[in-house]
Design a protein around this ligand. Structure first.
Ligand SMILES: *Cc1c(COP(=O)(O)O)cnc(C)c1O
Length: 458
């Protein structure tokens, strides 16, 4: 690489410290520890600048669904860069890559989702969702119906609007958020909040938080409800089966738009193309990103339901919103190649019928570990609740220390597993084989043991 003074870890760490401000990072702590430099990846493994190989239990950041190193995606990008490296969709123009990707996305989503609005990220997709929701109710003659209800512990991205939709307190505090017009209800966090209730009853009760909020605000003021089918960054919060059908019912009853943020669940994570399929939901809008291109290039999108597009088209007035790189041809070409591979190689079907059930079976074995209060998951997503007392579900204090300790043991022992407070998370590439899964479980077990030992628990 040009202008690289010295290709070695230490000099990279120095340059990184001096010039690179990292996302979601304690810069002071990083400066002391030095960054980890990842230099290459293949399949389900990544390598750092010291040549150390790690099993990537997080698919990057929940996104490399297809696995690393697929030449088809690189080839698609290369060809598109030569043919048409840039053009946009503003002012009545288009190009084949965006058109073909739009068509393909309508084929892998529900029948009533027939239009796509492209963005460069999941955050921008959720910003776009807010714009579309409000535009819709304005055009429908209901401009007062503009509040959006979201959930605590939700993650919808990091722009001002997306972080406002999200329910992460530290993001709100630092950003003076949320912006007006967005409010939050409690999530269906079964392990933490259900107490003695059955999962069935707790799911219904948690859905009723939405109904209570709608009634408190007045249904004529509420535009939409947004939720991730499974809350990812909030700790892989998996709702009881009773939750989503009740949410859907409430949205219909009060004429509230249902928005699904499928940025994590989309493109196979649950063993279905989308979480909507898994939970049999009919969203009006769907935000997607991450798995759309398996993270190979930045791209996001919003699938827009007929109910909304019919009105936009009927009104025939400009929707004044968009990004310079909305539907970027190279990102679209890569997403097309990615989706075609997921489809042609039946990767999602394999997660559903073969590797997903195997991962879940083996993952649940970790619940026998003295530190693990619960091991949960669906398809290729999973979480472990690390607790001080398995019987009383008592948590460690202060929250997050034990999770971080376990995560650090993982890095040292060749496994990427993430910590959300003291919940350990996996979301591996969808191409993991049973052998890879065995390796993942063995490494996770070892790191749990090391954590327990450090804490003096056995
Ligand atoms: C990652 C994520 C986003 C934000 O996507 P970016 O591409 O990082 O902007 C939004 N929603 C969910 C559920 C996510 O996991």
């Amino acid at each position: 690489m040009k202008n690289t003074p010295a290709n070695n870890t230490e000099s990279w760490q120095v340059l990184d410290r001096e010039h690179h401000l990292h996302p979601f990072t304690d810069t002071k702590a990083l400066a002391k520890e030095g960054c980890r430099v990842i230099t290459r990846a293949d399949g389900v493994y990544i390598w750092d600048s010291e040549g150390k190989q790690l099993l990537d239990g997080m698919a990057g950041l929940w996104c490399v669904n297809i696995g690393y190193g697929r030449k088809e995606l690189a080839e698609a990008a290369y060809q598109q860069l030569l043919e048409l490296p840039y053009y946009n969709g503003f002012f009545n123009t288009s190009h084949p890559a965006a058109i073909e990707l739009s068509k393909l996305l309508t084929e892998v989503t529900a029948p009533h989702l027939n239009h796509v609005f492209f963005t460069n990220s999941g955050s921008e997709a959720n910003d776009t969702v807010i714009r579309l929701v409000r535009r819709y109710w304005d055009l429908a003659g209901n401009p007062e119906k503009n509040m959006i209800i979201s959930r605590d512990d939700a993650y919808h991205g990091s722009t001002i609007a997306a972080a406002s939709l999200g329910g992460l307190k530290p993001m709100h505090e630092q950003g003076h958020l949320p912006i007006p017009g967005i409010t939050h209800i409690a999530p269906p966090y079964l392990y933490r909040d259900a107490g003695d209730l059955s999962p069935e009853q707790f799911g219904i009760d948690a859905a009723h938080f939405l109904e209570e909020k709608i009634n408190a605000l007045g249904a004529d003021k509420v535009a939409a409800f947004i939720g991730e089918p499974i809350q990812g960054a909030g700790g892989v919060i998996i709702p009881p089966e009773s939750y989503w059908p009740e949410i859907q019912r409430i949205c219909k009853q009060y004429d509230i738009l249902l928005i699904l943020d499928e940025v994590i669940c989309g493109f196979g994570r649950l063993g279905t193309w989308f979480g909507a399929e898994y939970y049999q939901l009919e969203p009006d809008l769907v935000a997607m990103a991450k798995g759309l291109s398996s993270g190979y290039l930045p791209i996001g999108a919003v699938m827009v339901g007929d109910r909304i597009t019919d009105l936009l088209i009927a009104e025939g007035e400009e929707f004044v919103h968009g990004f310079t790189c909305s539907g970027h041809p190279v990102a679209c070409a890569v997403a097309l190649a990615n989706i075609n591979l997921l489809r042609d190689e039946k990767i999602i079907e394999n997660v559903k019928t073969n590797t997903g059930p195997y991962l879940q079976k083996r993952w649940r074995e970790l619940a026998d570990h003295p530190l693990v209060g619960e091991a949960r998951g669906i398809g290729f997503i999973g979480a472990l609740e690390l607790v001080k007392n398995k019987n009383t579900r008592e948590l460690f204090e202060p929250a997050g220390e034990v999770g971080k300790m376990c995560r650090n043991f993982c890095f040292k022992n060749s496994l990427v597993m993430r910590a959300v407070n003291d919940t350990m998370i996996i979301a591996p590439p969808l191409i993991m084989t049973k052998e890879h899964i065995d390796e993942l479980i063995e490494l996770a077990n070892k790191c749990l043991d090391l954590t327990a030992k450090e804490l003096g628990i056995s």
